[in-house]
Design a protein around this ligand. Sequence first.
Ligand SMILES: NC(=O)C1=CN([C@@H]2O[C@H](COP(=O)(O)OP(=O)(O)OC[C@H]3O[C@@H](n4cnc5c(N)ncnc54)[C@H](OP(=O)(O)O)[C@@H]3O)[C@@H](O)[C@H]2O)C=CC1
Ligand SMILES: CC(=O)N[C@@H](CCC(=O)OP(=O)(O)O)C(=O)O
Length: 340
Amino acid sequence: MSKLKAIIVGASGYTGAELALILNRHPQFELSGLYVSSNSADANKPISNLYPQLRSLVDLPLQPLPADNAEIGNLAQQFDTVFLATAHEVSHDYAPIFLNAGCQVFDLSGAYRVNNAEFYTQYYGFQHQHPQLLQSAVYGLAEWNHEQIKQTDLVAVAGCYPTVSQLSLKPLLENDLIDRSQLPVINAVSGVSGAGRKANLTSSFCEVSLNAYGVFNHRHQPEIANHLGCDVIFTPHLGNFKRGILATITAKLKAGVSAEQVQAAFEQAYHGRPLVRLCGRHFPAIKQVEFTPFCDIAFAVKDQHIIIVGAEDNLLKGASAQAVQCANIRYNFPETAGLF
Ligand SMILES: NC(=O)C1=CN([C@@H]2O[C@H](COP(=O)(O)OP(=O)(O)OC[C@H]3O[C@@H](n4cnc5c(N)ncnc54)[C@H](OP(=O)(O)O)[C@@H]3O)[C@@H](O)[C@H]2O)C=CC1
Ligand SMILES: CC(=O)N[C@@H](CCC(=O)OP(=O)(O)O)C(=O)O
């Protein structure tokens, strides 16, 4: 079978560069173009000028996309698969153009994750113009939405915090083990790459130590609650490290639920799912998941309380690796192709 022609839009950013590395070694994709905005300061530079670690691995230039949408549509007809590693508003505008040109689209942004146009006005600050696409997009939480992902041309890859949070809580909720009268509480710490590559004072080296942010108003709270089917309290934190997310989640179990039942729920959920590693009582650390496509999970039960700890690399399982995992599922390739 000939390889699928894949391109990355937003290739100069952090998740774009990770995608370039993965797709370049992927056995079923031909990495056919790296694109940036029409007026990008990085246009026409080799990607390895920005990311020297890619030298001799990915020898492609960053090409400016046309400024005109019709021209983007014409260009798109040459390709099969598009990974949008762009800001939410940009993905919102580009996804329909690539879909109309016949591409399958894997969007890393939040633009198509929640089927509720009002949510975008409230949490993203823009009015969603494509309610039909919102309805047909499939949420790319790979372990849980296999069958839907196989049948869609638009995957809205799950957010970084929502991925680790939902992978940690879903087995319990699906098996009705949680006492919902007490909301699960998610405290998660992210490395600074979560904020993207552009310069920003709050994420600059001398400013970052460890702080909570987005308290009671981060856009990932409703994303998590919407797809879990359970309200949660979610507090993100910014830590002074480059990559990785550690989420510590506290919940109340229903009376009589045992640690063995919880273990069985996790094992059943992730049996045959190679990118979730259950770690027993060995609580995961970021160092064991950084630069890997895994989400690692461990838990402990005491009386009716459960503490679950999940860890992932925000740029990989929380973004680019999960996007390619979704593409592998969509095209019926081995689920981990290109990811190791
Ligand atoms: N960082 C993370 O941990 C995660 C990020 N995401 C999501 O993935 C997306 C990308 O994030 P991230 O890689 O961190 O972002 P970055 O800010 O690092 O990169 C975004 C890239 O998009 C390019 N870009 C901007 N405007 C356009 C345009 N109109 N057309 C083409 N390219 C454009 C920029 O380059 P230039 O301006 O030079 O064109 C830039 O390199 C975001 O939606 C983010 O929310 C999801 C999960 C985790
Ligand atoms: C540390 C940091 O700033 N993290 C980002 C989340 C990462 C991201 O890009 O969000 P999505 O997963 O929704 O795309 C934030 O809190 O906005």
